[in-house]
Design a protein around this ligand. Structure first.
Ligand SMILES: Cc1cc2nc3c(=O)[nH]c(=O)nc-3n(C[C@H](O)[C@H](O)[C@H](O)COP(=O)(O)OP(=O)(O)OC[C@H]3O[C@@H](n4cnc5c(N)ncnc54)[C@H](O)[C@@H]3O)c2cc1C
Length: 484
């Protein structure tokens, strides 16, 4: 089905990317964004000459953005990530498998390097199957039959295993298993429950590289906005959509918070799938399988005096016992343990060597730890509880100090962003970064009423910038060009 008037709900990466594609296909496209700025989770914060990315800091698979003609100049990172383990071992990952192998051998011994090689071959098969069957195609009843054999194909390379089990099967060194486990959290999931198919994530990151955009990753949102405007898309900020209108099972437009109505033949929702089904559609609650909300992130933005040679662009500081973090942030109702902030989490620090992002001689740090989403109930934490955010921020700095990097006497300022703040800024329920956690089958791109489509990280094929860009491509293909 195609039509000429398209309304896109939300100007995140998914919304802007699909708007550009549909406008290029001849549709008349208007994007309504509830916030004052575009970009959604791909946010920016500026203060006293420091410029921070508040969301994504690592760009993978930049090639999926290539045909949008954004004029990006991504810079390859080496190391992609520096891993600092509790015993003091430092391992720098590399996008050249031979180099990474040498680094593993030097840090952990030849046996560990050979183990990684075996895992790597398995991960490549998983990646190839996912790319072919899942990542570039819609999931729909019509495609399910075809998909089922392809999922069987996936099972052949990772038969019913968790990512954790895959690690145990291939990797004898517990530090390498920790490194692998961490990729489950890239999909918002617990490695003990996430499918082994998520080994496709480290494969994509290391085989195709980790990238930075000069000026910060948020410049991707600027580039998408400029591209949309050049293609004639109208982008309306500060314009929340309050409902999606339907007539006889077909979309007819959207209601706006200012009381207006925007008529549409096609509505593409970039808002989180949960709010689309629960809040925007007239008949809520039709979306099954949203119970496993992904984890959220607790973020510190630090203006730091002086330079820190020990840091790479991305550095992760691991705890000695990683499972305590998963027990904390996911909670366990069976054991009567509600979710809580982890007391000894892995700490991820991003510090770009980019003069555009900090005053001379200083550094802008983005510090991220995994955290339960905001809310009530056993799987969430009330991040608005007075004093909690500040106390946990100080705790995270103390954890970092215990791991050998004490930044506390070098702070010019600290900005704290809790999952509650992300929820307020982007409308994402609970501030859950990736919508539904770690599943291959997410909410479909075709919505439950004719003419409604879902794009973005909470829908198929999933979260993260490249997946979101792929979802925009899938939706644009489903809609097709305007025939008029
Ligand atoms: C802390 C953090 C770190 C991350 N790190 C990485 C990383 O290193 N690499 C990576 O690839 N990914 C990373 N991600 C994930 C990545 O940011 C997201 O997957 C991606 O940006 C999601 O884009 P989206 O378009 O799906 O949704 P969003 O960015 O959530 O955009 C949705 C937009 O819709 C708007 N909206 C919602 N409801 C309405 C409404 N009713 N009316 C109008 N507008 C509405 C919102 O305001 C928002 O602008 C990170 C995310 C976070 C939060």
């Amino acid at each position: 089905m195609s039509g000429s008037r398209v309304v896109v709900v939300g100007a995140g990466v998914g919304g802007l990317a699909v708007a550009a594609r549909l406008a290029a296909g001849g549709h008349e496209v208007v994007v309504h964004e509830r916030a004052e700025v575009v970009g959604g989770k791909l946010g920016r914060y500026e203060r006293d000459g420091f410029v921070f990315d508040t969301g994504p800091s690592l760009l993978t698979l930049p090639q999926v953005f290539a045909d949008l003609e954004l004029g990006l100049n991504p810079v390859a990172l080496d190391p992609v990530v520096r891993h600092v383990f509790a015993d003091g071992t430092v391992l720098d990952s590399a996008s050249d498998p031979a180099v990474f192998r040498e680094r593993i051998a030097a840090a952990m011994g030849a046996g560990a390097a050979a183990d990684w090689d075996r895992l790597w071959r398995r991960a490549r098969r998983i990646w190839t199957a996912s790319w072919r069957s899942v990542l570039r195609r819609p999931v729909s009843p019509a495609s399910l039959a075809a998909l089922s054999w392809r999922l069987a194909d996936l099972r052949a390379v990772a038969p019913g295993r968790s990512l954790r089990a895959l690690g145990y099967r291939h990797l004898r060194d517990p530090r390498l298993r920790m490194l692998l486990d961490r990729y489950a959290t890239y999909a918002g999931a617990d490695p003990r429950r996430a499918p082994a198919a998520l080994a496709a994530i480290p494969y994509a990151e290391l085989a195709f590289g980790g990238w930075y955009l000069p000026g910060g990753l948020h410049t991707l949102a600027d580039a998408l906005l400029a591209r949309c405007r050049a293609l004639g898309v109208t982008v309306v900020p500060s314009s929340p959509v309050t409902a999606i209108r339907t007539v006889h099972g077909r979309v007819s437009g959207v209601d706006l918070a200012d009381g207006g109505v925007a008529p549409a033949d096609i509505v593409v929702a970039n808002a989180d799938a949960l709010s689309v089904y629960r809040d925007l559609l007239p008949d809520p609650g039709r979306l099954a399988g949203l119970a496993d909300r992904s984890l959220a992130g607790f973020v510190l933005l630090l203006g730091v005096r002086g330079r820190t040679p020990a840091l790479a662009h991305h550095t992760v500081f691991f705890p000695s016992y990683y499972d305590a973090e998963f027990d904390a942030v996911f909670g366990d109702p069976g054991a009567g343990r509600p979710a809580r902030p982890a007391s000894n989490p892995a700490v991820f620090v991003t510090r770009a060597n980019d003069p555009a992002t900090h005053p001379d001689g200083d550094e802008a740090w983005f510090v991220l730890v995994n955290a339960p989403p905001h809310g009530t109930g056993w799987a969430a934490v009330d991040w608005r509880r007075p004093g909690l955010a500040q106390a946990y921020a100080e705790h995270v700095l103390m954890v970092l100090a215990r791991r050998g990097l004490d930044v506390r006497d070098r702070l010019r300022f600290m900005q704290v962003r809790t999952p509650a703040d992300l929820a307020a800024a982007t409308g994402t329920p609970g501030g859950a970064i990736y919508g539904t956690a770690g599943s291959l089958l997410r909410p479909r791109n075709r919505g439950p009423v004719e003419g409604l489509y879902l794009v973005g990280g909470s829908a198929h094929p999933g979260g993260g910038l490249p997946m979101v860009a792929l979802s925009a491509r899938i939706v644009a293909d489903l809609v097709g060009p305007d025939p008029t």
